[in-house]
Design a protein around this ligand. Structure first.
Ligand code: DX5
Ligand code: ZN
Length: 229
């Protein structure tokens, strides 16, 4: 499994999202990460299906839609219709997570479950075999540019082990929050294979170059981890 870079447009200029996506893609972005926030589950508001639909028109890589909303079931179809290729939902808001994951998959979209920093890995146990990926939050969701929570590194290892135990070796671990040139090698060594990065890419003067550099760092870390094995 290679490492994929998923630039988060949360830190981009919302008046120039098309250019942000194009720059990230020139730098080798594998996915575009779209943060959807409702002002309830997280203390911030961002974008809805209309913006995803517009992004879909310009993006050449798949759209990875991260739903930080209290009622994802209501909106899954709208995001699929708008062009999401991957949708992640938070376990903290879903009493019927199994149903939601399968509803996402039935729409032909890759289904991911997301865990907040304080949510135990054990909450994955009964769903690990069903998911297409797991998103480990390495900051408390809501804002870009926060500091990486160090404990997330071991959490990635635990999630990787839980997926493997469930016979789901094909499902990658995605990590989101505070990923930069310093933290990327550590999370790759821990087993993360999709790296979301907002500030480290769109907070720079040259997002294309920042994407390319982060991808190179991640690839180096993966090679080193394979050698160490
Ligand atoms: C945080 C979002 C992240 C955010 C990451 O709630 O889920 O995707 O954009 O931003 P950085 O990389 O700046 O921590
Ligand atoms: Zn996100």
């Amino acid at each position: 499994m290679s490492v994929q870079i998923a630039p988060s447009i949360l830190s981009a200029d919302f008046a120039a999202l098309g250019e942000a996506v194009a720059a990230a893609e020139r730098g080798g972005a594998d996915l575009i990460h779209v943060d959807v926030m409702d002002g309830h589950f997280v203390p911030n508001l961002t974008i809805g299906p209309a913006v995803v639909r517009s992004l879909k028109r310009v993006a050449t890589v798949p759209l990875d839609v991260h739903l930080m909303i209290t009622d994802p079931d209501r909106y899954i179809e709208a995001f699929q219709d708008a062009g999401a290729a991957m949708i992640s939902v938070h376990v903290e808001v879903l009493p019927h997570l199994h149903r939601t994951v399968h509803a996402i998959k039935a729409l032909g979209v890759k289904a991911g479950v997301a865990l907040n920093p304080s949510t135990p890995v054990a909450s994955l146990e009964q769903i690990a075999a069903d998911v297409d990926f797991v998103l480990v939050m390495s900051v408390n969701p809501g804002f870009g540019g926060q500091t990486f929570i160090t404990r997330s590194e071991s959490k990635v290892r635990e999630v990787r082990a839980a997926l493997d135990r469930a016979g789901n070796a094909a499902a990658p671990v995605e990590i989101d929050g505070g990923i930069d040139a310093r933290t990327a090698p550590r999370v790759v060594a821990a087993g993360a294979r999709i790296l979301v990065a907002g500030q480290a890419i769109f907070g720079t003067a040259d997002p294309e170059r920042a994407t390319r550099d982060l991808k190179a760092r991640a690839a180096d870390a993966l090679a080193a981890a394979s050698l160490a094995r």
